[in-house]
Design a protein around this ligand. Structure first.
Ligand SMILES: Cc1cc2nc3c(=O)[nH]c(=O)nc-3n(C[C@H](O)[C@H](O)[C@H](O)COP(=O)(O)OP(=O)(O)OC[C@H]3O[C@@H](n4cnc5c(N)ncnc54)[C@H](O)[C@@H]3O)c2cc1C
Length: 304
């Protein structure tokens, strides 16, 4: 579970200014983020591909505040898609955030920008767009938009967060509808009436939902670095004789590279979530909040 205190600290203006000033120059950000341009992300993607690891390209950015920014984000996502195709980093797989496409400005704004992106993706064989799941205030709207985009285009899936109390029900519906799901524990601070406050409960929910997803999902994505859970997933795949190529393991760029490579070497489909771009602050702070030990790494580098 992310540390709520660290997520709250991320909102502090002083902390933000220090991080924005020194993040890149002190080499803090590069641990989790491929670079600030699409070109640097493609270099990292090629390196991963050489090691048998596919990617989910994520141009960073969220909670934009004007329609112009939302359209610019949609255009930029489209460039990413075509760049992956042109670089034969295929089939192209994009991760997008609906608040980057204007969800705070209205459901219709985000839905329209997504629709345009998916229409472009449809022209590229097997291109796929996964809609990230943001805080619980967006869950229902995200699922509504994904459902209607899926009915129209098909080349779209989304993320469910095991920390949320509603997820068992959401999973059941998405499985019945055939919509692809990436299962994660959840990276946002959530109130206890919506989310399990205890990490053990989240881990139990994850395992329970993962069993269902692996059994009934369309190309299920098990997105975690939790070795105990990954062992359990591999056990299920073996015992139930599920095909290795039907499901995939997804991990974040820069986290447990050893695990990413060993899973790939064992013959599993592994995908690294590859973020890039200048709007790295919120993503970076979520990575710190997930593992307070990362603060030591930040402080050591800042003091160098
Ligand atoms: C591909 C992918 C996509 C994701 N998309 C979303 C999304 O759309 N919405 C969302 O809410 N969340 C998303 N997440 C984040 C997720 O919700 C968790 O916050 C994150 O994966 C950490 O949880 P964990 O499952 O690895 O388990 P944990 O129990 O948190 O961690 C297990 C182990 O992983 C390692 N680890 C985990 N995090 C870090 C870190 N930051 N730094 C160093 N080591 C670490 C540690 O060794 C730790 O012991 C995504 C995660 C992945 C892998």
């Amino acid at each position: 579970m992310p540390s709520a205190a660290l997520l709250a600290l991320a909102e502090n203006d002083g902390v933000k200014q220090i991080m924005l000033r020194y993040g890149f120059s002190k080499g803090l950000v590069q641990r989790f983020i491929a670079g600030d341009t699409l070109e640097t992300a493609l270099v990292a993607a090629r390196r991963l591909q050489e090691n048998g690891i596919s990617i989910a390209l994520d141009e960073l950015g969220e909670n934009i505040s004007s329609e112009r920014e939302a359209e610019a984000a949609a255009l930029s996502y489209r460039h990413g898609l075509h760049a992956l195709d042109a670089a034969h980093l295929s089939p192209p797989y994009l991760s997008v955030k609906l608040t980057a496409l204007g969800l705070d400005l209205g459901t219709d704004v985000a839905a329209q920008n997504l629709d345009c992106l998916l229409a472009h993706a449809s022209a590229i064989p097997d291109a796929f767009v996964c809609v990230d799941m943001e805080g619980s205030a967006y869950t229902q709207r995200t699922l509504d938009i994904v459902r209607s985009a899926y009915a129209e285009h098909g080349n779209i899936g989304t993320v469910l967060q095991s920390c949320l109390r509603r997820t068992d029900e959401d999973l059941k519906s998405l499985l019945a509808e055939g919509i692809r799901v990436r299962l994660v524990k959840g990276a946002y601070a959530e109130p206890p009436d919506r989310a399990y406050p205890d990490k053990t409960e989240v881990d139990c929910a994850y395992v329970r939902q993962m069993h269902e997803l692996l059994r009934h999902g369309t190309k299920p994505a098990i997105a975690t670095h939790d070795e105990v859970i990954l062992r359990e997933a591999k056990h299920q795949i073996r015992e139930e004789k599920l095909s290795n190529s039907n499901s995939e393991f997804q991990l974040l760029y820069g986290i447990r590279r050893d695990l990413q490579e060993s899973l790939a070497a064992e013959g599993y489909l592994v995908r690294a979530y590859l973020p890039y771009g200048s709007a790295w602050y919120s993503y970076f702070m979520r990575r710190l909040a997930e593992r307070p030990a990362n603060i030591g790494f930040v402080l050591r580098n800042l003091l160098k």
